[in-house]
Write a protein that binds this ligand. Sequence first.
Ligand SMILES: *Cc1c(COP(=O)(O)O)cnc(C)c1O
Length: 426
Amino acid sequence: MAKQFKPETLCVQAGWTPKKGEPRVLPIYQSTTFKYDTSEQMARLFDLEDSGYFYTRLQNPTNDAVAAKIAALEGGVAAMLTSSGQAANFYAIFNICQAGDHFVCSSTIYGGTFNLFGVTMKKLGVDVTFVNPDAPEEEISAAFRPNTKALFGETISNPTLEVLDIEKFARIAHKHGVPLIVDNTFPTPINCRPFEWGADIVVHSTTKYMDGHATSVGGAVVDSGNFDWEAHADKFPGLCTPDESYHGLTYTKAFGKLAYITKATAQLMRDLGSIQSPQNAFLLNLGLETLHLRMPQHCGNAQKVAEYLSKNDKVAWVNYCGLPDNKYYALAQKYMPNGSCGVISFGLKGGREVSIKFMDSLKLAAIVTHVADARTCVLHPASHTHRQLSDEQLLEAGIRPDLIRFSVGIENADDIIADIEQALNA
Ligand SMILES: *Cc1c(COP(=O)(O)O)cnc(C)c1O
């Protein structure tokens, strides 16, 4: 399906193709387990010799249909759903890094991912070096070590809204024989498909635009199938040497282009178990059915709001890569010519206190710990999502203390602007 159809059609139709007499709408397979007729049939599944469902922690038909839709949208070979974006990021790295390994990561990433990589994964023995994504190639290359196994970045960073030069990152990763993993949560595959620019693995917090209605926390890992693990077999023993927990099966030999995603499902999901519930996958699928309609509306509204803010003299600064004077405008035009995302950040003259007063005065836009929802919402990272970071870490992550993260919804742009205006005057 991926090859034949355009993204709009994939949003609506990919993943679930019912046969004669089957439900038109993707059913929720609310079942932990699946029935077989012989013991032999079941045994073959456990040996990964046959594909089929046996236990929802490993695979579930509802989840698989939605994962297939996301894989088709990204242009990948396969995907796996996870219980959250955090789980997706953890699995994406842990699938190829074990204790003693190291990876390189853009310093401007989501605060939760920053903690996961910089604190929790270090406790597991996986080390990370954060680099300024805008630094020259030689400087980023200098962070690589013999035990480096991956390079990681966000297409558009949350909440700093910096645009990743994906081609540059892919070049650096491949020069060092490791895959580029890109968190594509903010643009979604409607606005950017990182595989087309050389990324090897894509991760998502499906909680954001993909769900789009703030109903379900979820994540996804998508495999392009393009990275040649065997060519760097010494770096990736988990994929290129026998897995004792599967009777000595070697993922690259048994599954070829599907090696990475099969290991993530058959080994990590089996052992760590952060599955998405089929009910949530069903809701995610409903969101995906309108993703191609919602993204242009989010982006169009955000553009209008950003232009309004940049002309208002109460506003100290506005950061939106759709504004021609933005530092990332050229990169955004290159990687996301049809629009980037609906999230804007800005600061008000008078700093932190004025920003907080402004937020408290908004009526349409709600203060919530969320972004990328159909409803306009707003957050102050320094006092909310990034509370755990020191001022030094905040600045390192590019977050000013007065930064307001404004997630523009799909309401009428004039109504959103009127709400901002009355709050600025309050
Ligand atoms: C929200 C977010 C995450 C974490 O996802 P959850 O679904 O909240 O676990 C990861 N990356 C980015 C870019 C995000 O915006």
